[in-house]
Design a binder for this molecule. Sequence first.
Ligand SMILES: Cc1cc2nc3c(=O)[nH]c(=O)nc-3n(C[C@H](O)[C@H](O)[C@H](O)COP(=O)(O)OP(=O)(O)OC[C@H]3O[C@@H](n4cnc5c(N)ncnc54)[C@H](O)[C@@H]3O)c2cc1C
Length: 292
Amino acid sequence: MQTEYDLIIVGAGAAGCSAAVTARQRNMSTLLLFGGDGALGKARLVDNYPGLPDLQGPALLDALRKHAAQMGAELKRGLVRRVMPLDGGFSVLAGNDLYFGKTVLLAMGTARVRLLPGEEELVGQGVSYCATCDGMFYKGGRVVVVASDAEAVEEANYLATLAHVIYIKEKAHDTALLDRAIEMAEGKPLAFRMQGEQLVLDTTAGEVLADGAFVIRPAVAMTQLIPEVKAENGALVLDGKLMTSVPGVFAAGDIAGSPLQVSKAVGEGNVAALSAAGYLMRMGAKKKEDPV
Ligand SMILES: Cc1cc2nc3c(=O)[nH]c(=O)nc-3n(C[C@H](O)[C@H](O)[C@H](O)COP(=O)(O)OP(=O)(O)OC[C@H]3O[C@@H](n4cnc5c(N)ncnc54)[C@H](O)[C@@H]3O)c2cc1C
């Protein structure tokens, strides 16, 4: 299984698929990771795409994904939970699979994530979004899993091999496959806080005390995905070539700001992929110049 790519694109909507087509034209090995169908999948009628009136969003999305695949991009379903800068590129965690990209393009649209009060402040200090990355820190301890969909069941079952797990639902979902050793908590999660050294999750049914918490939702906030990327007033800081404040990480489409429209997303996907190709060439040239 190939796990190393010139470009990993997070999101297979209008921007991501357009970027994949251009990246393949530039002969970059390209992986498109996507959690779902995004905004384009919900747009029943797109009547302002130049030259193609009366387009249906889902049909356009299907055509874009087919085109990207025909050009040789690999498409895989998987919610990306973390992008970590590494020497010479980035490791990208999707589900429990780890990939390496020399460059990364963020094309995740505008999915908003509502965090619990106290959650953001405690990330890295008790609150985590990735059982595979951080589960081992709680070996033999007690963790709470705040779960929004069935994907959390798999994560909780993995954590149960390491620690005592308390499971609480943020949104209703099927838990039939949950390990029997896992304790199910009543109520809905309300807020995180520290009480001395102790992590506390306040719920509508009382307090849950734990050494750590894993929050598993079907969408990931930018601040969790790659905290190194700078944003100002809720918008990503991008240069004229759509590169973020982290060299090698680009952004396109709705995530790059308004107008939130298909034609803009497609155009930016093209620009960002060309910028990533140029970045890789410059990096290659730089390596050749390096004294041995
Ligand atoms: C109801 C509706 C009607 C609309 N009508 C129009 C219209 O008529 N004309 C127009 O121009 N625009 C319209 N839009 C806007 C248009 O759909 C968006 O501007 C366009 O789809 C943006 O493309 P994108 O690729 O940036 O994001 P999206 O199309 O939202 O794609 C985002 C992709 O990222 C994936 N993703 C998100 N987070 C992750 C993650 N952590 N890991 C992996 N994958 C992830 C999603 O699953 C999806 O595949 C409409 C939108 C809606 C919702």
